[in-house]
Ligand binder design. Structure first.
Ligand code: 5GP
Length: 184
């Protein structure tokens, strides 16, 4: 399958360069999928993806998982067209699945300040899952100041704005097949 993998991306006058290649991402996802398949053998986990950003990561990750599993989605308010968080989290869509007594893996594209993940952990715990863990493709470790527990991390990255592979800038760039970073 031909993918959209340009050397540089320009959106709204901002220039981005390749940061993580398609190959690096797929290799890492395979390792995460193997690990999840071992950790959740006979547990039929349910993945809860955080829209919109996590849909590409989750879609690829799930296909490296070689045990029965389910999927559902929720949606939070986004950054809008900005590159920095508003500092508020609001629900835009709730999960449909009943997760009481289930083994839940919350899936995010990126953990930045940790606000969303922290909020979602508290929210989903109220539904009484048997276990709750989190997977994120990217973690901006230096930016995280809310308490978060991340069991599966694809890549720890620098505190710079990234896009591609599900992540957008002003809604553009989600279809890029790899991760790009803002050129300083
Ligand atoms: P947090 O709540 O951890 O501060 O931010 C989480 C959300 O902010 C992510 O799900 C993502 O939507 C957005 N976000 C954080 N950093 C970036 C980034 O570098 N690029 C993009 N496109 N979105 C980001």
């Amino acid at each position: 399958m031909d993918q959209y993998l340009p050397e540089k991306v320009n959106i709204n006058g901002e220039q981005f360069r390749i940061y993580l290649t398609q190959e690096e991402i797929q290799q890492r996802l395979k390792a995460l999928g193997d690990q999840i398949s071992l950790d959740y053998k006979d547990k039929k986990p349910i993945f809860i993806g955080v829209l919109n950003g996590a849909f590409v990561f989750l879609s690829d990750l799930m296909r490296y998982v070689t045990i029965p599993c389910e999927v559902d989605f929720l949606k939070l308010s986004s950054y809008g067209d900005e590159k920095v968080s508003s500092g508020n989290v609001t629900d835009l869509k709730n999960i449909d699945a009943n997760i009481k007594g289930r083994h839940v893996i919350l899936v995010e594209d990126i953990v930045d300040t940790g606000l969303s993940m922290n909020y979602l952990f508290k929210k989903l715990k109220q539904f009484g899952p048997a276990s709750l863990s989190a997977a994120t493709l990217l973690h901006k470790t230096e930016a995280t100041h809310h308490e978060v527990e991340l069991k599966y991390v694809g890549f720890k990255i620098a505190n710079l704005f990234v896009l591609g592979y599900g992540l957008d800038y002003a809604q553009e760039g989600r279809n890029l097949g790899q991760i790009y970073i803002l050129e300083e």
